[in-house]
Design a protein around this ligand. Sequence first.
Ligand SMILES: Nc1ncnc2c1ncn2[C@@H]1O[C@H](COP(=O)(O)OP(=O)(O)OP(=O)(O)O)[C@@H](O)[C@H]1O
Ligand SMILES: [Mg+2]
Length: 265
Amino acid sequence: MPAILTARNVTKTYDAGRSGQVVAVQDLSLDIEEGEFVCLLGASGCGKSTMLSLFAGFIQPTTGEVALRGTPITGIEPRCGVVFQSYALFPWRTVRGNVEFGLKMQGVGRAARRERGQAFIDLVKLTGFEERYPTELSGGMQQRVTLARILAANPAVLLMDEPFAALDAMTRQVMQEELLRIHATSHKTTVFITHSLDEALILSDRIVVMSPRPGRIKAVIPNPLPRPRHVAMQITPEYMALKSSLWQLVEAEMAHHDETSSPQD
Ligand SMILES: Nc1ncnc2c1ncn2[C@@H]1O[C@H](COP(=O)(O)OP(=O)(O)OP(=O)(O)O)[C@@H](O)[C@H]1O
Ligand SMILES: [Mg+2]
């Protein structure tokens, strides 16, 4: 499988005012394959969002290179669809208006927009809510609108930064099931950030564990959990064993972080 998204020896340093410079990511290399679902896992502040922003082209590496299908990413990358934790919806547009917005920007005509928009509204199970406004929807529904809007634009890569973190546990599971279903049909290459081992295990093909400051790759773990997957798998002994071994790895890294943290951490 060819890599669709690559990071080559990427270092990202931020200017942090009086505290000097922060090396958020250091010499990180990663290949993400076409159709792959990769989860980035790691302690708060380890550089996960920085990596996502680099892939999205929101920021540029200090040294090294990120590339999409071999082309360096040097500015905001329209082939990447980005979903954040908060629902970035236009409050003055309906569900339909929000989902069709990206297509309008791409110059898709009214009839095609309607048809394509509806297909994705149906996909995220919001049929019947087309004319509602975001404030009239629950958090989970709003996040589904966001997902529909991003997917409708047909990005080459889906970049998701803790998209379900603000949701209650039950809604979150429903959203995970939805995403599994969507990924099974679309095979969209996805980079997904989470703090949750369960979320990483249920969703991913590979889990990239990052070490904190400066962010580097601690381990890349192929996820042996068979597909199709369901949230109910999380109570099987095989799953528990898998989670336990992953937990040991992550915990070891966190313990290391505590010992080496400076007081301002
Ligand atoms: N714009 C910025 N200016 C200065 N420092 C920044 C900036 N953005 C991030 N940082 C620093 O870079 C490091 C990595 O931040 P990043 O947001 O990538 O972490 P993260 O892994 O996404 O954390 P979290 O899990 O809390 O979201 C942190 O030390 C953070 O303080
Ligand atoms: Mg983050």
